[in-house]
Design a binder for this molecule. Sequence first.
Ligand SMILES: [Zn+2]
Length: 370
Amino acid sequence: MPSCATIINIIEKLAPKNLAFDWDNTGIQIGNYNKEVKKILIALSVTEDVVEYAYEKDFDMVVAHHPLIFKPLKNVRKDQLLGRIIYKAIEKDITIYSAHTNLDVAEEGVNEILAHLLGLERIEILKETSTEPLKKIVVFVPEGYEDKIVEAMGNAGAGFVGKYSNCSFKVKGEGTFKPEEGANPFIGKKGKLEKVKEYRIETIAPENKVKGVINAVLKVHPYEEVAYDVYPVDNEGKKYGIGRIGFLKQEMSLEEFACLVKDKLDLSTIRVVGELNKKVKKIAVCGGAGSDLIGTAIFKNADAFVTGDVKYHDALDAFMHGIALIDAGHSATEKIVLNRIKEYIEKSLDDINQEAYVEVYMEKELFKYL
Ligand SMILES: [Zn+2]
């Protein structure tokens, strides 16, 4: 049976925690990493209804997009809403975990899904937020083991340069060592200086993969003590960011595009700012509250920007700049990720021969349009 830690590892492979914004509070909110998990509930927000449901139906873990705890708590009071939710979760030992802005930014996250769902092509990041730091890894390997080591490093995530994998470089040289008392050398005798033909193999890896790469090397390297170095480099790794921008396959009117958004997001109403007969092709998107990115969408010459939570003055600003705005609602532009998380967790558990019951809690539409 998987533990909370297993589930969290799976989620953080999809949405690495270091992608979250500084002001955010992603990660475990309540609970513990060691708890065994039979049932997982996926939700957009941790409402009282969600925790009530998890409580009644014996869920062990709630995985939500929005953090339950956002500002530091001064108290946990049972007579207040947040305190009540926390009490309820603790009472039944329900772990509550959030993947928020890291899931927005992730390569397969909210914004990427939204862009694909609307049929965009040549999708790029709307606004860059971080660049993956890289490290150079150097390992010294005896002759005959070089390919094994390169492959192990590649499988652990090292050696990716653009669209190429297993990138490495090796030079031949001579290594020296003298096995001391207590050593169990692969080559050589105790107390005698050995000279061995070795390769210096170097490659590059994202910082968060270095540990895994070194562990993979240690597993296949024949030496008792493996010599390796990890260097900082100034090369820039993969770029991450919020929102996406891309092109529709065919130009269409704003009205046609708004109907497409409505259809894809399964909405009965939608708010549109702009001339309905205006032609649109280059589209920017940001799930949830994305008004902060209107300026970036204008700068990048988008014809229309799809987001949620648009305020009057932001809409007016967009209108005056001539960019069309589609406010499809905060939850409608984000809940598209929930089923993906469910499928992703199920598949990832299957890959490691484990299983858990995973269910999506679809909250009722908050706003009613009369
Ligand atoms: Zn949101």
